[in-house]
Design a protein around this ligand. Sequence first.
Ligand code: B16
Ligand code: MG
Length: 215
Amino acid sequence: NIQGFIFDLDGVLTDTAELHYLAWKKLADEEGIPFNSQDNEALRGVSRRASLMLIVGDRPYTEAQIQEMMERKNSYYMELIQNMTSKDLLPGAIAFLDELRQAGIKIGIGSASKNARTVIKRLGIADKVDAIADGYSVQQPKPAPDLFLYSAKQLGLEPAQSIVVEDAAAGIEAALAAGMWAVGLGPVERVGAAHVVLPSLEGIKWADLRAKLSD
Ligand code: B16
Ligand code: MG
């Protein structure tokens, strides 16, 4: 009996993967580290620090240098998200959020990003969500269940009453570890562990999705 939806942000409601990529790419170029858009796929849904670690590999950076690089990448990313508008919502996102609200279903955001609040504001959907769990909410990043458990608590729901919509393997893993329902958006190779896999939110109706979950 599902009473609430927890949406991942990047890759589900908007496609910031490209902006994260541009920011990481600029940093990697400055550091002389090879990095391309294919490498960027491995960073989907991964926290800022873990992403940087994947990029630098075994290069011997100090903790101070790592901190500085995380801040530098974030300043590039923050510049890029300033230009976002509601046009940057992915197809079907608004229609589905509105349908859920009308059905009386609670809506939370569960994003690993420390910039989630800014992005939500820029997208113009702040008044459509009941609660936001972001990169400041918990210590353990996805695939740990902590962020989604925090989000369900914000909504006043039990895990079994909650459904997570995610585009990243680490996010599906986190949702299942939390004991929640999971909807994966994207290729089966990435999100195949979810209860239901869909190409995107485009054309999705709550009644159809509910029917798929009870199959
Ligand atoms: P920040 P999500 C994730 O957001 C992104 O997918 C990932 O690429 C990013 O590194 C992470 O947030 C941290 O973001 O550097 O802005 O704190 O998919 O969980 O909404
Ligand atoms: Mg994501």
